[in-house]
Design a protein around this ligand. Structure first.
Ligand SMILES: NC(=O)c1ccc[n+]([C@@H]2O[C@H](COP(=O)([O-])OP(=O)(O)OC[C@H]3O[C@@H](n4cnc5c(N)ncnc54)[C@H](OP(=O)(O)O)[C@@H]3O)[C@@H](O)[C@H]2O)c1
Length: 307
């Protein structure tokens, strides 16, 4: 595949990760990108409901993608517990539909999955480690991965951990969603934040670089297939993240209390550190230090608030 730009469908271009990928590919003459969105269409994003099989078929016929990045999902564990059918329609049904369409069109498919396919008791995890999800989100995403098995000769699963990056609103990332609680905390009413589970916050623009490099390999006729991992390498609890946020937002750290035992209603794994060696061996990847990434995210939020 040389000369003409690679036709890329970016499914879920309006999401936290999808926007970073769209930014990383924008203006690159190697790629002709069509983004899709559900409730947030806009410039560069055509509307596509992934629960509508006919709409998916029409989309593929219209844009004839040669590579597909599937970044749409229901990623909120509590919502997956409460609304299992709705979550299944997206995290499993949509993967099946997209995988079918990609196979029909001979397109390489990259499907995004999660570290929550593991139970967190035996980190670090290589891509071939046995999965054992603890909650509905992890079960659904694992079923989505398995829906891809017949396609894996021309498809790739990329598992990722906790993501943070440029935001439309703080609730989009589990690394920033507790900012309102931190801001509301007082000496007699502290914010209680988990200091038990180990997370590896991963900057969405870094994941976007990984995805761009994977697409470059598709364009060069050397597609990566199978299951792969990408992760930041700084181990942090949400409490440690909260202290970093407080320092930058001028909040009193004395108003934040560490919760040293798991307290979530939805069970979450302890430590799912993803071993990224299979992509590193291909020269793929970039890691922005957490402090630098968080500064960039908060600076952008401040600029937007003051505009
Ligand atoms: N966020 C994390 O910390 C994290 C961690 C590990 C893995 N992941 C995985 O990374 C991927 C991206 O997650 P994210 O955080 O970017 O998710 P997100 O911000 O919640 O974005 C979800 C995307 O899915 C789209 N979508 C939702 N329902 C749809 C439907 N019925 N039809 C078509 N599109 C629909 C949304 O479109 P609209 O907004 O336009 O409605 C949006 O573009 C997911 O596979 C997730 O499981 C995320």
């Amino acid at each position: 595949m040389s000369g003409a730009a690679l036709r890329v469908a970016l499914i879920g271009a309006s999401g936290l990760l999808g926007r970073a990928v769209a930014d990383a590919l924008a203006g690159d003459p190697k790629f002709l990108v069509t983004g899709t969105a559900h409730t947030r269409p806009g410039p560069g994003r055509v509307p596509l409901d992934l629960t509508d099989a006919a709409a998916i078929a029409s989309f593929f016929d219209a844009y004839r993608p040669q590579a597909v990045v599937l970044a749409a999902a229901e990623r909120r564990p509590d919502v997956c517990e409460q609304f299992p059918e709705q979550a299944h329609a997206l995290n499993v049904g949509a993967v099946e539909r997209i995988a079918h369409a990609a196979r029909e069109h001979g397109a390489w498919l990259l499907s995004i999955s999660t570290d929550y396919v593991f139970d967190g008791s035996r980190a670090p995890y290589r891509p071939d480690a046995p999965p054992h999800p603890l909650n509905a989100y992890g079960h659904g995403k694992l079923a989505g991965e398995r829906a891809l098995t017949p396609s894996l000769d021309n498809a790739c699963v990329l598992r990722l951990p906790l993501l943070y990056g440029p935001l439309e609103q703080v609730g989009e990332s589990a690394a920033t969603s507790f900012i309102p609680a931190l801001e509301a905390a007082r000496a007699d009413r502290p914010a209680v934040v988990d200091d038990w589970a180990i997370r590896y916050p991963t900057f969405t623009p870094d994941v976007a670089v990984v995805i761009r490099q994977l697409l470059e390999r598709v364009a060069a006729g050397r597609p990566v297939t199978g299951i792969h991992h990408w992760s930041g390498n700084e181990a942090m609890t949400k409490y440690a993240i909260a202290l970093e946020l407080a320092a930058r937002l001028g909040l009193d750290p004395a108003h934040i209390r560490a919760q040293s035992t798991p307290a979530d209603t939805t069970p979450r794994p302890y430590d799912c550190h993803l071993d990224s060696a299979s992509l590193e061996a291909l020269g793929i990847g970039r890691r922005t230090p957490f402090a630098q990434g968080l500064d960039a995210v908060l600076d952008e939020l401040r600029i937007r608030k003051s505009a």
